[in-house]
Ligand binder design. Structure first.
Ligand code: ZN
Length: 385
């Protein structure tokens, strides 16, 4: 089937094309051209006047949504999550675990691994992000302290095997004993390493990066506070031009002023937006589970105990709008934070994160206010109600 799409603008995101025509054949982009030079006569035609086409978003840190958690590992859970994400502009994601008992984690990973790369109608899980168990008890956030583990190559290997090698990203605290060895080991398997849930001082943060870490997990959150005499992991996040960094831009996890500092420091090449969303995303306030923990959701805020933030109910399209509003950045720049940068960080840039001939037709259609009008995945339209 041949589909012809027109819009006001297209962001590749290397380039921006005014009045574009995109031709899709068999779910793949067959042509991208300015309207003047394109053959728009035959095929199904969709016009999006005033709208911008961007690569479908890629969320590298998401635990669940629509009442479901990725650790359920079932087809139904992934179908519900994928469909919900697609309506919010997301084309692909890394299914993210939370620290759980080792046996339960291994069982979950086995089930999750069968969903990775499987054909779903909605957003596609491209791999697994293990957030835990190698995290600092001082910065545990929503991860139960008694379940945290000292970095261990042996345990990582069991995790890797249970997950059938589908692990794409691992969050780890670099100051823990054995962390450097494990980072090197994981990088040797092609896993990308992200530093987080960490109390690391500058020396430990640098050692983690030296060992091969490429990114930082939810910058500012579950990280030792900035100290100008020993800037620690957060200092490294802000000062190291090679390090990618995630940000939860819901206006709750990070103050808009800190978002502006983040933008000045990381810029359009290294900043990434994530949701860290849990099952409560897209659901009413109430009680939900994040791994073993009971999470109270009030006004969209996910809380455990005495007000610790545990995950979010953020959707990535809202994160994009918040970021544009907090920083004044234009959509050409912001779209890189949810497409090209996560694709590069994870090494999946040949597969996702840009619009070009021969690529899967995974496209997000944004209104002039950056609202998702619809998402086109493999050429199929998913409407945002
Ligand atoms: Zn976290």
């Amino acid at each position: 089937m041949r589909t012809v799409i027109t819009a006001a603008r297209l962001i590749t995101p290397e380039d921006s094309i005014e009045d574009p025509v995109v031709v899709i054949e068999g779910g793949v982009i067959a042509q991208i051209a300015p309207r003047s030079g394109a053959d728009t006569r035959s095929g199904l035609r969709f016009d999006f006047p005033g709208c911008t086409l961007t690569p479908a978003f890629f969320d590298v840190h998401i635990h669940g949504s629509a009442g479901r958690d990725v650790m359920e590992g079932t087809r139904e859970a992934f179908a519900s999550i994928g469909e919900f994400l697609a309506r919010h502009g997301v084309g692909s994601f890394l299914a993210t675990t939370v620290t759980a008992p080792v046996d339960a984690t291994l069982r979950s990973l086995e089930a999750m691994s069968t969903r990775i790369g499987a054909n779903h109608d909605g957003a596609r899980p491209l791999g697994i992000h293990i957030e835990g168990p190698f995290l600092s008890p001082h910065k545990k956030g929503a991860h139960p302290e008694r379940l945290l583990q000292t970095p261990s190559v042996g345990l990582f290997d069991r995790i890797w095997q249970a997950a059938q090698g589908k692990i794409r990203l691992m969050t780890i605290a670099p100051e823990l004993p054995g962390a450097e060895e494990l980072i090197r080991h994981a990088v040797g398997f092609g896993v990308r390493v992200s530093l987080g849930h960490s109390n690391a001082d500058t020396a430990s943060a640098r050692a983690g990066i030296q060992a091969g870490a490429a990114s930082a997990t939810h910058a500012f959150n579950a990280m030792r506070q900035f100290d100008h005499r020993d800037p620690g992991l957060l200092g490294e996040v802000l000062a190291n031009d090679d390090l990618f960094a995630e940000l939860i831009c819901d206006g709750l996890h990070v103050h808009p002023d800190a978002v502006r500092i983040f933008w000045k420091a990381k810029g359009p090449e290294r900043a990434m937006l994530i949701t860290d969303a849990m099952s409560a995303a897209g659901m009413p306030d109430g009680m939900y589970k994040l791994g073993e923990l009971d999470v109270r959701v009030m006004n969209g805020k996910c809380l455990i105990g005495e007000g610790t933030l545990a995950g979010s109910t953020l959707t990535l399209d809202r994160g994009v709008r918040n970021f544009a509003e907090f920083t004044g950045a234009n959509i050409e720049d912001v779209s890189q934070l949810v497409s090209r940068n996560p694709a590069r960080m994870t090494g999946l840039e040949a597969e996702v994160g840009s619009l070009a001939v021969g690529r899967r037709a995974d496209i997000t259609v944004l209104s002039p206010k950056n609202e998702v009008v619809e998402t086109i995945l493999r050429g199929r339209r998913i409407l945002n109600p």
